[in-house]
Design a binder for this molecule. Sequence first.
Ligand code: SAM
Length: 248
Amino acid sequence: LPALYLAATPIGNLGDITQRTLDILRAVPWIAAEDTRHSAPLLARFGAKGKLIACHQHNEEAAAAHLIARLAAGESVAYVSDAGTPAISDPGARLVARVRDAGFRVVPLPGACAAVTAFSAAGFADERFLFYGFLPAKAGQRDDALRALQSTPCALIFYEAPHRILDTVTALANVLGGEREVLLARELTKLFEQLHVCRLDEAHAWLSADADRQRGEFVIAVASARADTAADDAESERVLSLLLADGL
Ligand code: SAM
């Protein structure tokens, strides 16, 4: 049966492609890509031979119509965004909706996603996270968005570009509270991968201490205010039980 396969591609390290995704990329006659010039060398390296079609945020509807015609002809299609999982802060959602509305199967192929990769190494007390993606570029809208997230009872995950990282950590500290724990995950899976955990009000100074720390791609994970309280509660309980054990 023909299907649209959503193929997650690496976010840096080319080894982070699954065997199943390689098998599908090598088998499908059509591969739609967010940026065909960007993905062509990668797909060639993976041994994918399907014809490339551009499908990005400005032509997603037209590309979807074209791809649905291929599916109707019995041919499967894979979709790749520039990096990581399609439709996660990337195009793909409208294509998925159109293909499903047209009655065809949509098959997600799991793989690299910067948000999940970063959160798995955060070590926060939070079990839950809210994936926000990119904050608005304008300061007023960004701060409004952050105020709306202030009392969300889970960790918050943001994507950020290097030229905005300093401003963004300052805004996060001001609006969400400087005492929260933050993970700055830079260049995940790449040569200069760096994971740094500190308080939000220490993040600006840490990033500023070395210009290299502001380079590359970032995921910012902020622990919930509640996670700090939960950690404090656990600490109080531990101290109390020690005192009780001592008969005090
Ligand atoms: N679809 C992708 C995914 O599954 O993670 C995200 C695409 S989004 C356009 C690109 C943003 O993801 C970057 O600006 C950065 O915030 C984050 N990102 C992607 N790769 C990363 C990496 N290797 N290390 C840290 N952040 C990364």
